[in-house]
Design a protein around this ligand. Structure first.
Ligand code: SIN
Ligand code: CO
Length: 375
């Protein structure tokens, strides 16, 4: 990993002293970084219906927000107020953005979320707010003033179309230049104001709520459990009020529910499937005209394979999950899959039938492509 990315800190020190704890300003985190795509291309993405985007404008007091796909008329309209356009999931659209996100793989993939890019005109921004996840804010083109505060008052303005802090009191501020980066832990209040036109790349992390994890696990369990038998009450006692739920019924059902058990293996299987599940708007289109298996094998023996930017491939030991599904691992393919999961590409694939069959299926599903990765 580049020494500059964390300002000379080792990932271990960063995780110990800053991760989820305190903000860190890193000047020259990626020297020479000047954004990944030109403004026009970024604005075009915001018009695409398969891409998550937002338009935000403000006059200092009132905020306006529109969710994408953004009509060309909105983007082109002459504007009197500072405005910004945000495009989510850039890593799924642009291999260079995926490569940028992978620079942060000192944090497990299970915790990585996406790369968002924002374009703002002078004075533009999304207002003072806090996020519930960690974020690295990397300056692309131009300059942006960041104000931050570790205040505990996180009251939001009511009825605003986006989350704006009611009482933001900046404690520090810096102007970030291209390649500079600011790390913020969850709940750290921040406000980014463009100084002239600028673009900012946010590398965001995934922090599921405990409620989400628990309900997700119960959904998983519902598909796993198998409870035999039917409710029976051969000892039914006569009761005075038929509207009363029988106490014996509650006791009996409670006893049955208490037999539901789960193990660490279930938790592992749930997490693997749940965390590798594509986002709701992501759909893979199977290939219309795939290479033949033979041609595929020839291609990958020369050029290797790389995962599609939208594919999530996670593992726990020898167990793998791809895009929400457990993988049936053919004997002898663990090492290749391990490399693919970790590096997201493999330069050369050994001529191993089981592995090639599996990779071919994934290729036909659109989960991976032949050819080398982008650095
Ligand atoms: C932005 O890029 O304008 C917003 C990023 C953030 O505040 O999280
Ligand atoms: Co934010």
């Amino acid at each position: 990993m580049d020494k500059t990315l964390l300002g000379g800190l080792s990932p271990r020190t960063f995780l110990r002293d800053y991760w989820q704890k305190r903000p860190l300003l890193i000047r020259g985190a990626i020297p020479g970084f000047n954004g990944l795509l030109p403004r026009e291309q970024l604005l075009d993405l915001a018009r695409d219906e398969d891409v998550e985007s937002r338009f935000i404008a403000h006059d200092g007091r009132n905020w306006e927000m529109e969710r994408g796909p953004l009509p060309a008329s909105l983007i082109r309209r002459p504007k009197t107020k500072p405005w910004t356009v945000l495009v989510q999931g850039l890593n799924m659209l642009l291999p260079e953005a995926d490569a940028l996100m992978r620079r942060f793989s000192f944090v497990p993939y299970a915790r990585l979320d996406d790369v968002m890019v924002s374009y703002a005109t002078d004075g533009g921004g999304v207002g003072p707010h806090f996020d519930s996840y960690d974020v690295f804010l990397l300056q692309g083109t131009g300059r942006r003033r960041w104000q931050i505060s570790e205040q505990t008052d996180l009251t939001l303005i009511e009825d605003a179309p986006l989350r704006i802090l009611k009482n933001f009191v900046p404690e520090h501020e810096w102007v970030l230049e291209p390649g500079d980066m600011l790390y913020l832990p969850p709940k750290c209040a921040h406000n980014g104001i463009a100084e002239g036109e600028c673009t900012t790349y946010s590398i965001g992390f995934r922090t599921p709520s405990m409620q989400e994890l628990a309900t997700g696990f119960l959904d998983y369990l519902r598909d796993e459990i198998c409870m035999p038998g039917m409710y029976a009450d051969p000892d039914l006692a006569l009761q005075a009020d038929p509207a009363q739920l029988p106490a014996a019924m509650i006791d009996r059902v409670e006893a049955v529910l208490n037999t539901i058990k789960w193990s660490r293996k279930d938790v592992e299987a749930f997490l693997g499937g749940y965390l590798s599940e594509p986002k709701p708007h992501v759909f893979f289109d199977p290939l219309d005209d795939p290479l033949s298996p033979k041609r595929f094998a020839q291609q990958v023996s020369k050029h290797g394979v790389r995962l599609d930017g939208r594919t999530l491939l996670l593992r726990s030991g020898r167990q793998f999950w791809i895009n929400g599904e457990p993988v049936e691992l053919p004997a002898g393919s663990t090492d290749t899959l391990r490399e693919l999961a970790s590096a997201r590409s493999v330069a050369r694939i050994a001529d191993h039938e089981g592995t090639l069959d599996l990779l071919y299926d994934w290729y036909c599903d659109g989960f991976l492509h032949t050819g080398a990765a982008i650095d």
